[in-house]
Design a protein around this ligand. Structure first.
Ligand code: CP
Length: 312
């Protein structure tokens, strides 16, 4: 694998290999010395043109735990703020001998565009409303752990509801593509105004009613209402949205006893998810965050690592 730009870059073999290696990588998290020599001498630049807490930090930790030299660049504080173009910025950094870029950008397709310009390998850490492949991988990893705990193996026959602002979500696109590979059954739930154009061609069940599907789902993944990407009114009031699509304490009680809650974060508590649900015993939110480091270690290793010295 040269780049990871989309979950469409994966197949069952490569996706499973990333999930499996992440299990080994996660053991590093509980060690007193969190360091493997696998990427010693490699240089990774995390370049973020959009804000991030989870993705940027976990990629930095992942690189450091694999002994790579990791450098963080943000648009603010770089020459982008003086008007330098994305192409010139990336070619400048590439000329310094960088091995990989982890890039987040507000424009859909930016990561693929960068990959066409630079010599280094590229990981898409979120491009506009398009994709966020490592988020879908960490979601799948977390779900797989949950299914194992309840005595199930694999994704076949598992119903995964993805609920909320699907229109502006890159997470939903990556999850749909990845679950098509892994075999989970995705149910998309949103008001008609927050469904992406052409969603009927995605091969998923689509519903406008959370209550109609809630008790049949094994995972309920709530997505953030992305106010910053909303120019107009997509629903009458926030209160009405919460009443119809929020994971309220009442809906938490209506879930299957073995079902679990996911949220990629950041969460709008009290809007798409109540604190009762976010902090519930069956909430996997912090497990997803922890899995983020392991998955990103695995992805960086698959892209940059050699067979020798990986796991010692
Ligand atoms: N889930 C996610 O991408 O979070 P950040 O924006 O904090 O990286």
């Amino acid at each position: 694998m040269r780049h990871l730009l989309s979950c469409a870059d994966l197949d069952l073999t490569s996706a499973t290999a990333i999930l499996d290696l992440a299990e080994e990588m996660q053991q590093v998290q509980s060690r007193p010395v969190k360091k493997l020599p696998a990427l010693r001498g490699r240089t990774i630049v995390n370049i973020f043109f959009e804000d991030s807490t989870r993705t940027r930090t976990s990629f930095e930790i992942a690189g450091k735990w694999l002994s790579a030299d990791t450098i963080n660049v943000s648009a603010k504080g770089s020459s982008v703020s003086k008007g330098e173009s994305l192409r010139d910025t990336m070619l400048t950094l590439d000329a310094m001998g960088v091995d990989a870029f982890v890039i987040r950008h507000s424009s859909s397709g930016a990561a693929a565009q960068v990959a066409s310009w630079v010599r280094a390998q590229v990981v898409n850490a979120g491009d506009g409303q398009h994709e966020h492949p490592t988020q879908a991988l960490l979601d799948a990893y977390t779900m797989r752990q949950h299914f194992r705990r309840i005595g199930a193996e694999g994704f076949a026959g598992k119903r995964i509801a993805i609920v909320g602002d699907l229109l502006h979500s890159r997470v939903v696109r990556s999850n749909v593509l990845l679950q098509r590979i892994l075999g989970g059954e995705v149910v998309l739930v949103a008001p008609p105004t927050l469904l992406p154009t052409g969603v009927e061609s995605w091969g998923c069940e689509v519903s406008n009613s959370l209550d109609a599907v809630l008790d049949s789902c094994d995972i309920v993944m709530m997505l953030r209402v992305q106010r910053e990407r909303m120019a107009g009114g997509f629903f009458p009031t926030e209160r009405e949205y919460t009443e119809t699509y929020g994971l309220t304490p009442e809906r938490l009680a209506a879930m299957k006893p073995t079902a679990a809650i996911c949220h990629p974060g950041p969460m709008n508590r009290g809007v798409e998810i109540s604190s009762a649900a976010a902090d519930a015993a069956n909430s996997l939110v912090l497990e997803q965050v922890a899995a983020g480091v392991a998955i990103r270690m695995s992805v960086l290793y698959h892209l940059l690592g050699s067979d020798e010295g990986a796991m010692h």
